[in-house]
Design a protein around this ligand. Structure first.
Ligand SMILES: NC(=O)c1ccc[n+]([C@@H]2O[C@H](COP(=O)([O-])OP(=O)(O)OC[C@H]3O[C@@H](n4cnc5c(N)ncnc54)[C@H](OP(=O)(O)O)[C@@H]3O)[C@@H](O)[C@H]2O)c1
Length: 268
């Protein structure tokens, strides 16, 4: 049985992860952690998530429970994830990183840590989104520079980063396929006298509203036709189940940096 620790246990994804861990046959909860000062420290992880008593109290110090788990699943905040990653690196634990919004420097810290421990790092753990990434690669390969490419994403009002990590990942996959550099060709929103569209740009539009769990549409628009590839998540359980699947898959690896394409065997 794989023993998991879940950080941000009182958060939206944390609660979904507790449920997914509880439902999976190959995993059990070893530790639940949340932010120092949270009113839920000391409460039962299962009870606060409305899942019944788990007999695992939420703690605020990951180091104090590091002997209780094999793999950490972290969907929190970039600064918290980097701190938790350091504990995993020092104690030889595996980590699944679902947090989004990292700086380039923080991404380098993750890459560096993967020389010592095994890491799955993916801005979207949903199986459907990762299949969509493969479809985007295929579509970009066939349509090339003949079409205008726009990425439109929508999320709930509480999301703190934009565009979403998933939208950026979609942009990276398309840019890589077309031999473009996303840092040079991305256009984030438009307003005023923008001039004509440059075919080699990739546009991003962001919507933040209500309780939308996560929607992404990529439009490949040519003259006379357009293709739209859309993914809609209706429950956070899709991300949570993907993270559990990643943790089970990662158990066979000692070191390395992997993404969900590796977990789902979608990489060529
Ligand atoms: N990869 C994927 O598939 C996927 C899917 C969905 C979401 N996400 C990402 O996952 C992250 C969490 O999303 P969410 O909707 O669950 O957010 P959330 O509800 O705000 O949950 C985040 C949790 O982390 C805790 N936290 C925040 N800062 C912390 C810190 N410095 N130290 C310790 N704990 C801290 C929060 O505590 P407080 O409430 O006390 O601040 C909260 O319990 C975001 O980056 C989001 O973009 C990824």
């Amino acid at each position: 049985m794989l023993k998991l620790a879940i950080t941000g246990a009182a958060g939206r994804m944390g609660r979904a992860l507790l449920e997914a861990c509880h439902n999976a046959e190959q995993t059990q909860l070893g530790a639940a952690i949340d932010r120092r000062g949270s009113s839920l420290i000391g409460t039962d992880a299962g009870e606060q998530a409305g899942l019944g008593v788990f007999n695992t109290k939420i703690v605020d110090d990951i180091s104090s429970v590091s002997s209780n788990f094999d793999t950490l699943i972290d969907f929190t905040h970039p600064d918290a994830t980097i701190e938790n990653l350091e504990v995993c690196r020092a104690t030889g634990k595996q980590i699944i990183i679902g947090t989004t919004g990292f700086t380039e420097q923080q991404k380098q810290i993750i890459t560096q840590a993967s020389k010592q421990i095994a890491i799955v790092f993916a801005p979207n753990m949903s199986v459907g989104v990762n299949l969509s990434l493969k479809l985007l690669e295929m579509t970009a390969k066939v349509l090339g520079d003949e079409v205008d490419i726009e990425i439109i994403e929508a999320h709930h009002r509480h999301k703190i980063d934009a565009p979403s990590g998933t939208a950026l990942r979609m942009g990276e996959v398309i840019a890589d396929t077309l031999g473009r550099d996303l840092t040079q060709c991305a256009v984030y929103g438009r307003q005023g006298q923008t001039g004509e569209r440059d075919r080699k740009t990739i546009g991003f539009e962001t919507i933040r509203a209500g309780d939308i769990v996560g929607e992404h549409t990529v439009m490949f628009a040519g003259i006379g036709e357009r293709i739209e590839i859309t993914h809609k998540a209706s429950s956070r359980m899709t991300f949570a189940n993907g993270a559990i699947r990643a943790a089970i898959w990662l158990a066979q690896h000692q070191v390395g940096l992997f993404d969900m394409q590796d977990v789902l065997a979608l990489n060529d």
